[in-house]
Design a binder for this molecule. Sequence first.
Ligand code: AHR
Length: 313
Amino acid sequence: MLVALSLGLAMLAACTKEQKAERIVLGFSQIGAESEWRLANTESIKSAAATSNIDLRFSDAQQKQENQIEALRNFIAQKVDVIAFSPVVETGWDTVLQEARAASIPVILTDRTVNSDSSLYIGFIGSDFVEEGRKAGRWVVEKFKDATDDVNIVELQGTVGSAPAKDRKKGFEEIIAANPHLKIIRSQSGDFTRAKGKEVMAAFLKAETKPIHLLYAHNDDMAIGAIQSIEAAGKRPGSEIMIVSIDAVKGAFEAMIAGKLNATIECNPLLGAQLMTSVTEVVAGRPIPKRIVVDEQVFTMETAQQHIQSRKY
Ligand code: AHR
């Protein structure tokens, strides 16, 4: 009886080991926890890994590129099967990506891209940030189509050197160029955080002698922070100063329902399932698309109430 029991336990241990050996090991370097969007993205990746039975080694870089490079080197040393990461900025990745290639570890980019040689990564899953900027621009062009005077716009940019900050600026400027009345009078980084958005908007309001008609924020968190400064300055966000931002997180819907934010452009953070599918395909030796773009919408103050219940983040 005792012998049978210990044999059974030994077999169970061997079986568990075997199953573990079959699990794909994925090293994922996340940017940080700077926004509501980022928290939803992290949750999506962790839960998708758990349901895919992928052994996820997760590392939070706290918005610092050096931490991400260190994490990637640790993953290489651990000989993980696949490395995935959301690069905080676009440049400075060549050396570590070459190290991953030398170790024969495939790399998948999620959310943001790099400006390295594209042969250094196997695929990129994420939004079209230029198009998001264009959507924000189109909303502004339509809103102010009858303007006969200048419309003074202030811009809160994302993290300096990041793909979404560069691309959202580019897309927005491309579209508003159609109307010479639309003028960006101030533009500064708020690092994608609520605290910085609040601080920079307060500085804009203090320094600016012209009236500010519109705020374009590269993410909802900065817009929400800025709303606090606008109110503290005795102005009405959403009417006196109109606001358009990007992400479409729950907090933005609440602000729209409260009449303080006019529109938000969706940036979908739910990339986990797509990433795990790609990881599984790569390990099985099957090709994956080089670029997977996520579908996204525009939401306004007028339609916020009907959408808020169905929002997943
Ligand atoms: O890269 C996506 C951006 O990063 C999101 O718009 C922002 O909220 C996040 O911090």
